[in-house]
Write a protein that binds this ligand. Structure first.
Ligand code: ATP
Ligand code: MG
Length: 569
């Protein structure tokens, strides 16, 4: 087993909360001596942190191997030419860390490995006879994140498990996607995380079907939309709204331009005209792949840019720049609207049901009243473009949706042929004809998972590790390291328990209070205290998660420990 005396372990615990650490997991991992920061978003894993990271990797390897995937290891340094083949050298932007060698050849530090794996497979895998194949690695990734934060949750250097699968047919990819989805469920179950797989957007990486595995935690940057009444769950970016609204109850009136003075926001305009924001139209200008587009939603709703992008079949979307808007409309944002707009307009379903509404008139200080969608927006195409709100009916119609925060710990993607076509990665099918390989890719944030576990498993005294990932199973403490009887018994137990368990032995000549505080902070599942009753052969077993304390004779110690381990996760 893997045992260690604490007097020799590099485990620099701190009593103070580090000033820069906002997230609980960040605070506890630094205080517990698991990690140290070397630069923004760049960390060293000290021995305890390294052990946890190792345990998570073992779970991942076991489940990936069991699912039929093969492990390999690719370089972190990748030639720019590969990224140019897919166009991502340009698209990826400043997040991709780039460098040149002494011959001025350009390289990227791998942010992800689609290009590299595709180049290997292009050269080495040519026949349908070798398909399907799933290759994975656990490797350091580099992304120059705009805002590295929350410790390991968003690093600039981090550990990822990335897998890539190759197929002859779409059905075969579908099968592997389910296989990976199930493997991920087993992996996250074993790490002790509470998580939900959610429908997600495939983003700039391309592809179609995708699920994110979201660990539930308030610090999470993603909003998950789910129901209590079914297993529906989606990232808010993608969570659908249904085309089901009541017609606005109002008389049809003529379109009329009115002076709305300096009022620009929906709230101000609605208050000024004394109307409900639900009867106004909000116009938001986006730039989708270089083209300016207007998305309109009801005044009380928010436009969802992922949905706008997808409705237009775009790849990249950003809010349009004000200068560009002024150039096109001859008028600043605040009084823009769909009627006679000089750009393409797409509308959310809810707008279709407006009968007497207000929208900007594309003139300074001017709005239209009496807007009737059926009459004034007759050419409009309607889509689901808005963000869901809590209480909306779920798309499976099972009931109202609720929101929770999540940390994306993993993601499974159906990539299709985007990379294989761009890079000419083909195989010969049964008829001997070349076809592009159909691909899937599957990522897990290994270091992020470590932090997510701590976000979910801690109390005000420290971390409470689930057994499967804990750096050691048992924390053996000689309460008074100057008492020979205690030290002798503790040493004996260290030998004996070490046959079955990974034991950390606190043999330091420290006060009991210091030892207990450190033990609570680093959070091993079960502690064995050797104290005053050592002479009578009696020790204390303490369960970290529940605080339960059991006094036991050393004869029964092993049984007590085994039974407590069967109770803790
Ligand atoms: P995010 O949306 O959080 O930036 P992503 O969707 O860009 O992540 P992927 O490209 O899907 O990330 O990478 C696979 C996995 O790697 C993610 O599911 C996540 O767990 C992890 N990951 C991504 N970026 C980071 C990071 N900066 N630090 C730590 N882990 C990360
Ligand atoms: Mg992702």
């Amino acid at each position: 087993m893997n045992c260690m005396k604490q007097s020799r372990l590099l485990m620099p615990t701190l009593r103070e909360v580090p000033a820069d650490a906002e997230a609980v997991s960040h605070q506890l991992l630094v205080r517990g001596g698991f990690i140290r920061q070397n630069a923004a978003g760049i960390y060293s894993y000290l021995p305890l942190g390294h052990k946890v990271l190792h345990n998570i990797q073992t779970i991942i390897r076991e489940e990936m191997n069991r699912a039929g995937a093969q492990e390999l290891l690719m370089p972190a340094i990748q030639p720019a030419e590969l990224w140019e083949e897919t166009g991502r050298w340009g698209i990826y932007g400043p997040e991709l860390m780039r460098l040149t060698d002494r011959h001025d050849r350009r390289f990227a530090l791998g942010a992800t490995h689609e290009e590299l794996i595709t180049s290997i497979v292009r050269d080495e895998l040519n026949s349908y006879k070798k398909l399907p194949m799933n290759l994975y690695q656990i490797q350091t990734k580099y992304r120059d994140e705009r805002r590295p934060r929350f410790g390991l949750l968003r690093g600039r250097e981090f550990l990822m498990k990335d897998a890539y699968s190759f197929h002859a047919t779409q059905e075969d990819l579908d099968e592997e996607y389910t296989n990976m989805y199930n493997a991920y469920s087993r992996i996250f179950d074993r790490t002790g995380l509470k998580y939900r797989p959610v429908v997600a957007d495939s983003g700039a990486i391309g592809g179609k079907d995708t699920h994110e595995f979201q660990a539930l935690a308030d610090i999470g940057e993603d909003t998950i939309v789910y129901t209590d009444t079914s297993n529906y769950a989606a990232n808010i970016e993608m969570a659908e709204t249904l085309d089901r609204y009541e017609m606005q109850q109002a008389d049809v009136r003529p379109l009329e331009k009115v002076d709305t003075e300096e009022n620009r926001t929906i709230e101000d305009v609605a208050a000024f005209l004394n109307v409900d924001p639900k009867t106004t139209i909000k116009s938001v200008l986006f730039n989708v792949d270089g083209e300016t587009v207007m998305a309109i939603v009801r005044g009380d709703h928010e436009a969802n840019e992922v949905k706008v992008k997808n409705a237009l079949g775009g790849l990249d979307i950003q809010l349009e720049e004000e200068a560009k808007i002024v150039e096109l409309f001859n008028c600043a944002p605040g009084t823009l609207g769909p009627i006679n707009a000089p750009v393409k307009v797409v509308a959310d379903y809810a707008v279709k049901y407006l009968v007497d509404a207000v929208c900007g008139a594309n003139e300074a200080n001017t709005h239209y009243t009496g807007v009737n969608a059926a009459r004034d927006l007759a050419e409009m195409t309607y889509h689901d473009l808005r963000f869901v709100v809590e209480g909306d009916l779920a798309p499976d119609e099972s009931g109202p949706v609720r929101f929770a925060r999540g940390i994306e710990v993993g993601q499974v993607f159906k990539l299709g042929t985007r990379y294989s076509e761009a890079m000419g990665a083909t195989f010969l099918n049964e008829e001997g004809r070349a076809e592009p390989l159909i691909m899937g890719c599957y990522g897990i944030g290994v270091s992020r998972t470590l932090s997510a576990i701590v976000e979910q498993h801690h109390d005000d005294r420290g971390i409470v590790w689930p057994r499967n990932v804990a750096p050691f199973d048992l924390h053996l403490i000689a309460i008074n390291a100057k008492d020979e009887t205690q030290v002798e018994l503790a040493n004996r137990l260290y030998e004996e328990l070490g046959q079955t368990y990974d034991v950390l032995f606190d043999d330091r000549k420290e006060r009991a209070g210091v030892k207990f505080a450190d033990a609570d902070l680093i959070g091993l599942p079960i502690r064995v205290n050797v104290g005053k009753k050592a002479g009578e052969g009696i020790v204390e077993v303490k369960v970290r998660a529940t605080g339960e304390v059991i006094e036991t004779s050393i004869d029964e110690l092993k049984e007590v420990i085994a039974s407590k381990f069967s109770e803790v996760h």
